[in-house]
Write a protein that binds this ligand. Structure first.
Ligand code: PLP
Length: 419
């Protein structure tokens, strides 16, 4: 059996229509910003394999560190036991996280990092004596696919089957116009004293929608005025994506809880982190009644923690933030060059991410039929891209070369000529 036929016979892929396997590609290796399929075709990974990879694929330093750790200790229960990679990682995160010291709660992906944050926030506020804790989130939010994360997400096609099983949350607009500011304030009044969860600066799965640090500052100021506990979901934006180490570093207000995943391990192993301010942790210390009853089998997996430590080493030895700066500059230049193209609208750029909508006579959105054309055209032309409907975005690993990025944009221009 070939890999492809075994896959087709036995695997249920995420976000996929069963039986729709025409575009399925078998990837056999990766190096730097490229992956190679079983026929030897190289693809430039223009979306960092679902926004996770930052230093490049199969990085030998991370590989060696993980291998060495495996020979010492591959996994151990994290309730009542600990190990060096988790302890060192928690300590090193203090040196980079905004608002440290923070307590580091480990889990194993972005959705669980969010679940933990919501549970921490809700339980903390209830322990302070609040009878009902409301959850405020942003319109177009995406926080993951587990039930709590879905409940905070924008209601719609991704979660409508489960709507009566999800908890109710209030959705406010990003306050970037006077009218939206008024609505945002009204929603904060309604949710006063509750938790406010938001994706700082960029709403990824909601369409790569961006807002400025000033708007973020305003938003957090209003939330604070209404005594809300703030949760920054930095699952996508953390570790350099927005041009700074964390998107929260773009403004002075420090969130109470920060969720991390994806690039924390360099994008090579699953790991989730929920980093809470000490005052939250301290409130859970009173008695058995106040325990946060949450944990996963692979919490703080030593191999994942080792990959995260190796990734932090690379930030120093490979001067990763200098790559981030260069890539951010190239993306700004690309945005300028594309700005006058009449086939695109709403071009937007923040740090290492550039996004735009392709003009179409259908509605902008996930189901726009351009999606299928994009999914066909780009791999055939050596580019791994996965659009959000007719929204195209380029979000490569920071090790991408200028030549590789130029290739991505030349293929994008070729596509724009034929649509
Ligand atoms: C902002 C944000 N939060 C949470 C998640 C969920 O992460 P995961 O897919 O690892 O569960 C994502 C995934 O794209 C995300 O973009």
């Amino acid at each position: 059996m070939s890999t492809k036929s075994s896959d087709i016979n036995h695997i249920w892929h995420p976000f996929a229509v069963p039986g729709d396997n025409d575009l399925l590609r078998v990837i056999v290796s990766g190096q730097g910003a490229r992956v190679t399929d079983e026929d030897g075709h190289e693809l430039i990974d223009a979306i960092s394999s679902w926004w996770v990879n930052i230093h490049g694929h199969a990085h030998p330093y991370i590989a060696r560190k993980v291998y060495e750790q495996f020979l010492k200790l591959e996994h151990v229960i994290f309730a009542g036991y600990t190990h060096q990679p988790a302890a060192e990682l928690a300590e090193r995160l203090q040196t980079i996280l905004p608002g440290a010291p923070r307590r580091i709660f480990f889990s194993d992906n972005g959705s669980t990092a969010v679940e933990v944050a919501l549970k921490m926030g809700i339980q903390f506020l209830k322990m302070q004596g609040k009878a009902e804790v409301k959850v405020l989130a942003l319109e177009n939010a995406y926080h993951g696919d587990t039930f709590g994360a879905m409940s905070a997400g924008q209601p719609g096609m991704f979660n409508h089957w489960f709507s009566e099983h999800m908890f109710k949350s209030i959705h406010a607009p990003v306050p970037n116009t006077p009218e939206k500011l008024e609505r945002f304030e009204a929603c904060c009044q309604e949710a006063a004293g509750g938790v406010f969860i938001y994706e700082p600066l960029i709403q990824g799965a909601g369409g790569m929608l961006m807002y400025s640090p000033e708007v973020m500052e305003t938003m957090l100021g209003i939330a604070r005025k209404h005594q809300m506990l703030t949760i920054a979901d930095e699952v996508m934006t953390g570790f350099g994506r927005t041009g700074k180490m964390f998107a929260s570093d773009h403004c002075a207000d420090v969130p109470d809880i920060i969720c991390l995943s994806k690039a924390i391990t360099g994008g090579v192993m699953p790991l989730g982190v929920t980093a809470a301010k000490e005052f939250i942790f301290n409130a859970f210390n009173a008695s058995g009644e106040t325990v946060l009853y949450h944990g996963h089998s692979f919490t703080a997996n030593p191999l994942s923690c080792t990959a995260a430590l190796a990734s932090l080493d690379l930030f120093e030895t490979e001067k990763t933030m200098e790559h981030v700066e260069a890539l951010s500059q190239w993306q700004a230049e690309a945005a300028q060059k594309l700005a006058n193209n009449h086939k695109i609208a709403n071009i937007r750029h923040q740090g290492t991410i550039l996004a735009f909508d392709i003009v179409s006579n259908e509605q902008t959105g996930y189901l726009n039929s351009l999606r299928q054309k994009i999914l066909t055209f780009f791999p055939e032309n050596g580019i791994l891209l996965r659009p959000l409907g007719n929204t195209l975005y380029v979000l490569p690993p920071y090790c991408v070369s200028k030549d590789e990025l130029d290739t991505v944009y030349s293929i994008i221009k070729a596509f724009l000529r034929i649509v």
